[in-house]
Design a protein around this ligand. Structure first.
Ligand code: SF4
Ligand code: SF4
Length: 454
């Protein structure tokens, strides 16, 4: 089979940059000041969210970059530059850049419980954030405290557990970035698996004088999808046989492998799918009662809203999908288990969900991004005017065109989802008609998203 990948490590300047120990430190050094400023402005700045750097930069600028640029085009690149786990990792290493004692880590080194060796905890953390999202995303103090809580948990986890246990098993953002990163046209993989099989020092996992063992607890030779690789480039430094490549590849390549598909990831893709229309309703919809209920935590309206959110994400949407899967199984007349069918077909939901979140994010960003000009000049909302833009007025960009830009994004996700549904049917050796209930589910979901945006 033709190898459609382009190994970027063959380009000498890129290889040199990737091999440098300064790379990751420099990337995090670029994001950390913004992170600190976002927390300081959240704690001490104006309570008006749209005039506060913490809200505007985290939930509009960062979120837009994440969902419209980083995840679709660079997968887990955000995790390579994310400042949240950095202090804990520096403490573990007792170093900002260089390697001490062949990558020895200063941590209690506890093993993460086997029962939690999945993304259920991350999904629960995501749901908790989603329940309070309206307040977290609009109230600077609450937003700053939330981010601080995650940073505190990340540091504590680094001191207690191995490596980046926080990123791998706890971070609510990491869970869905990992899932959608399978679509991205970039990957870290070993070049020659046979070489790994005969090479006993396994420096990529254990560490060497050149770098640390994979912080994400992966043996790179087993990587066949992007989900858990944080693109930290550590293995490109530690591998003594120069057997790791960072490659550009076709979009969605991981979705074509049926290895390692799991129930926790399938369920999470349904939760994410249900989340996209919910966020569209709560943040962009015309229904003031729902927005007020989402904001008024612990009020009777909020309890109703919370119940609705939990029911939709945990029961209704997964239930409808499961019914479609059951129908597919019936049409296919196969002996494969329902669980296997559910997990296999859920792969189709990844491009569909990514398209839905990108569509929501595009509209959300275009409506709100003009607040960024104000907060650049006056991050705390204290009346500063550092760059002369503090009084620029709020203007929704491309108003009237947004929906027309969202439709192609939704359609790309839908077409990819349908293609994967038919491919899955082929893998199951069923007739192509067996894919139709899944296709109907994907089409109905897309119509709901289109309806919410027009
Ligand atoms: S998993 Fe979360 S905390 Fe870890 S690097 Fe990614 S976004 Fe940051
Ligand atoms: S596989 Fe390599 S690039 Fe990916 S997380 Fe592990 S060390 Fe980092």
């Amino acid at each position: 089979m033709t190898d459609t990948r382009l190994d970027l490590t063959r380009i000498p300047i890129i290889k040199k940059i990737l091999a440098s120990r300064w790379l990751q430190w420099s990337l995090v050094a670029g994001t950390l000041p913004f992170f600190v400023l976002a927390i300081l402005t959240g704690l001490f700045g104006t309570p008006a969210g749209n005039r506060n750097f913490g809200i505007v930069f985290v939930w509009i600028v960062w979120w837009g970059l994440l969902m419209l640029v980083m995840v679709p085009f660079a997968g887990r690149f955000w995790c390579a530059v994310c400042p949240i786990p950095a202090p804990g990792e520096w403490l573990q290493r007792r170093s900002l850049v260089q390697v001490h004692e062949r990558g020895k880590l200063f941590t209690l080194g506890l093993k993460w419980p086997r029962q939690l060796n999945n993304i259920w905890l991350q999904s629960a953390a995501f749901l908790i954030v989603a329940l309070f999202a309206k307040v977290i995303l609009t109230t600077p103090f609450v937003s700053a405290v939330t981010v601080l809580i995650f940073a505190g948990i990340a540091i504590a986890t680094s001191l207690l557990f191995e490596r980046r246990t926080f990123c791998r098993y706890i971070c609510p953002v990491g869970g869905f970035i990992g899932l959608y990163s399978q679509v991205a046209p970039i990957e870290v993989r070993v070049k020659d698996h046979a070489l790994c099989a005969t090479h006993h020092d396994k420096a990529c996992y254990i560490g060497s004088e050149k770098g640390y063992g994979c912080p994400w607890l992966i043996f790179p030779a087993t990587l066949d999808k992007n989900t858990n690789c944080g693109l930290c480039t550590e293995c490109l430094k530690t591998c003594t046989l120069d057997n790791i490549a960072l490659s550009v590849r076709p979009f969605g390549k991981d979705l074509l492998t049926n290895k390692g598909r799991r129930l926790d990831e399938a369920y999470r893709s349904l939760m994410m799918l249900a989340g996209a229309p919910l966020y569209t309703i709560v943040f962009l919809g015309p229904w003031a009662e729902i927005k007020e209920a989402a904001y008024a935590i612990a009020s009777p309206g909020w309890w109703l809203y919370a119940l609705g959110l939990l029911a939709l994400t945990l029961v209704v949407v997964p239930g409808i999908f499961f019914a479609c899967v059951a129908l597919s199984k019936f049409i296919a007349r196969t002996k494969a288990s329902s669980r296997q069918f559910f997990v296999e077909y859920a792969t189709a939901l990844l491009p569909l969900g990514l398209g839905a979140w990108a569509s929501f994010s595009l509209s959300f960003v275009l409506v709100n991004i003009s607040y960024a000009w104000q907060v650049i000049s006056d991050p705390f909302g204290w009346g500063w005017n550092l760059f002369g833009t503090a009084n620029w007025q709020w203007t929704p960009y491309l108003a009237g065109w947004q929906a027309y830009m969202q439709i192609p994004i939704l359609l790309i996700g839908l077409v990819a989802a349908i293609a994967i549904a038919f491919r899955t049917t082929g893998e199951q050796r069923g007739s192509s008609q067996a894919a139709l209930p899944i296709v109907a589910f994907c089409v109905a979901f897309t119509l709901v998203m289109v309806g919410l945006n027009f």
